[in-house]
Design a protein around this ligand. Structure first.
Ligand code: ADP
Ligand code: MG
Length: 633
């Protein structure tokens, strides 16, 4: 509990004790009124103040106003203990809710305990100095000791260690890091000392991006959340006027009919009506449910950028996948190298020719972040001398061209060769082909193959189980590879040899043919697929650690690259939405019943208190369930 909450608690205890004591005293008349005013003011002065401020600012109809009118009215009618008790229970409810919100906020920030406090910089005399990560320029050298968080994204210069990424991914599989590896901020260094050259400003680093994302997620509101805000805007004035009518009309008609007016009975009913109708249970529990859902998801390494996306996710009926890096590992093994026979003679023995082909490929691809490029560089396995490469041009969905040792090298798929007007060999093996041309002459191809992720098959099956109608795979790769992967995973439909623009078109076709209430999610690895990510109803970027473009373009970011997280995210969203609707229905039903009883004079102030505070407490307790995610992947 915060200090402020503790103060409220003391006020509650004091006022309750006071009320209990007064209950046993035989009091009458003005003395009774004066004595009851003490606990009433102790517990309610801030509500009264807020109500007055609201009136001054022209925002009259809120919960404070309802409570102020109802309790002042009760006191004036001589219902002192009821008036004070309404205030007391209202404050208990408010306190309860404040603690619940605080708890889930703390939960999220604990999960998101990734904000680094400092970075270690080595001074000239070898001593370490702790500085604010904000002050570290890109290209600086920082040291991260075991137990410390990596404060800024960078590349390891020296040292070997394991990194714990669980705060980021919700998964406690340690990652190895050694010289040359990229490391991202937010990981915890477990074992060894790492010397890191920073590649970004702190504000551009993964940690900052993620924290921004989580902090801003409450800005994007779900339909049901907006509904409640709008609802409260009309509802509260409506019940105020309703109460006014209830207080005035029946007595007037009594007078008209010649019977006694019975003002006090009807005013009391009107006040009861006011207390019952307070909309706080809804106003509080709905945002809290979404907050909890987003928090629970982030504990599993699923970042949701707003409750609107959580709501959309619960209606997902189509899931469209990118292939490379999403369903497959995106780590290719070179399975074959086939130089054209005339080059075998020109470049020495067959082995030397193959080596030369791989070398050209690795150099041409040396600047690209595409999984194919990374794999080719890895297969080459030697240090790349940057001075040998220039004029790199990457053509999305085709490949790359570059000058290597002064020669024009092109590496890419058959589309690239066709664009260059070159004849190429048809390959026969299964796999992705990287055709190569040097100085405008076709020199052969490298066959590489990717493996599907272990969890992909199960992930597709579990999506089907959660009620997804259709799974679709879109890929820029060849039809043969696409068919092979789709068959292996049980994917319903696939489209191959697509450029990023074609993928947008395919998604648009699917969007056109689906129902309004059916949502389409696109899942990609963020490489070349930002346009599709933003076009889909829900863009899901996976394995997005370190890929800024993906974190920005996506609506939902999966911190690791486990495709099982997609159905988990859908299940979390469904549970959250179910709880939201449970709360709406429950609160409205109880209120409606009590309102009718109140208007008929059957429900008294005490039932009104239950209808207000009791429902709120139950709704908040229900909302907190959103934070708990039972199943983890
Ligand atoms: P996917 O749709 O499978 O994610 P991309 O759209 O990234 O694939 O690429 C489609 C195809 O374009 C690849 O299968 C490959 O043939 C070719 N390609 C793209 N980038 C490169 C590159 N850097 N080097 C070689 N080939 C590439
Ligand atoms: Mg891709």
């Amino acid at each position: 509990m915060t200090k402020k909450q503790k103060r409220v608690l003391y006020r509650i205890i004091t006022a309750a004790a006071f009320l209990a004591a007064l209950h046993f005293l035989p009091l009458e008349g003005p003395v009774k009124a004066a004595l009851y005013l003490i606990p009433y003011l102790i517990i309610g002065y801030d509500i009264l103040r807020k109500a007055v401020l609201g009136i001054i600012h022209g925002e009259i109809f809120d919960e404070n106003f309802l409570m102020a009118v109802a309790t002042i009215g009760a006191m004036l009618l001589g219902e002192y203990s009821e008036g004070a008790a309404v205030m007391l229970f209202y404050q208990i409810g408010e306190l309860f809710q404040a603690v619940a919100v605080g708890r889930s906020r703390r939960n999220i920030s604990a999960l998101m305990d990734i904000r680094p406090d400092y970075a270690n910089i080595q001074k000239d005399n070898g001593e370490l100095e702790q500085v604010d990560p904000d002050e570290v320029e890109p290209g600086s050298v920082i040291l991260v000791r075991p137990g410390e968080k990596v404060p800024i994204d960078g590349v390891v210069l020296e040292g070997v260690s394991t990194l714990n990424t669980s705060a980021l991914t919700g998964e406690s599989i340690p990652r190895e890091a050694g010289a040359g590896d990229n490391v991202i901020s937010g990981c915890v260094n477990i074992s060894g000392l790492l010397k890191i050259r920073t590649t970004k400003h702190f504000g551009e680093s993964t940690v900052s991006k993620i924290l921004d994302l989580v902090e801003n997620s409450s800005m994007k509101k779900a339909r049901s959340e907006n509904f409640i805000t709008k609802f409260a805007r009309y509802y509260t004035p409506a019940v105020c006027y309703g109460a006014l009518a209830l207080a005035i009309l029946p007595p007037l008609s009594n007078l008209f009919l010649g019977s006694p007016a019975a003002w006090s009975i009807w005013i009391e009913r009107a006040l009861t009506f006011l207390v019952i109708s307070c909309p706080c249970a809804l106003v509080i529990s709905i945002p809290l449910s979404f907050f909890g859902g987003i928090g629970g998801a982030s504990a599993c390494g699923i970042l949701v950028k707003g409750s609107n996306y959580l709501e959309a996710l619960s209606e997902t009926k189509y899931v469209v996948f990118d292939k490379t890096g999403t369903l497959t590992k995106g780590v290719f093994d070179v399975t074959d190298i086939c130089p054209v026979s005339e080059f075998v003679g020109k470049w020495g023995s067959e082995r030397e020719a193959k080596e030369k082909l791989l070398e050209y490929a690795a150099y041409a691809e040396s600047y690209s972040g595409h999984p194919i490029s990374k794999s080719l560089r890895e297969a080459w396995g030697k240090e790349i001398e940057a001075s040998r490469v220039s004029g790199v041009e990457e053509i999305v969905g085709h490949g790359v061209t570059a000058r290597v040792d002064g020669r024009e090298v092109a590496a890419g798929n058959s589309k690239l060769m066709e664009a260059l007007g070159l004849a190429y060999m048809e390959n026969t093996g299964v796999g992705t082909v990287v055709h190569m041309a040097v100085d405008g002459v076709y020199v052969g191809y490298i066959l590489i193959s990717d493996r599907v992720k272990e969890q992909s098959r199960e992930a597709i099956a579990s999506l089907k189980k959660t009620g997804v109608k259709s799974t679709v795979m879109l890929t820029g790769d060849s039809e043969m590879v696409a068919r092979h992967v789709a068959d292996q995973l049980g994917i319903d439909q696939f489209k191959s040899e697509l450029l990023p623009g074609d993928k947008v078109e395919e998604v648009e076709k699917l969007l056109k043919n689906k129902g309004v209430k059916e949502k389409l999610a696109f899942v990609g690895d963020g490489i070349n697929d930002a346009p599709v990510l933003s076009r889909a109803d829900i863009g899901i970027a996976m394995g997005a650690l370190g890929s800024d473009a993906a974190i920005e373009a996506a609506d939902i970011v999966l911190m690791d690259d486990n495709p099982m997280k997609i159905s988990l995210a859908i299940r979390i969203s469904r549970k959250c939405i179910r709880i939201v609707y449970e709360n709406i229905v429950f609160a409205l039903a109880v209120k409606a019943i009590c309102l009718v009883l109140g208007a008929m004079g059957i429900a008294n102030m005490w039932i009104a208190i239950f209808a207000d505070v009791g429902v709120m407490v139950l709704a908040v307790l229900n909302a907190i369930r959103c934070l708990r995610v039972r199943e983890r992947v």
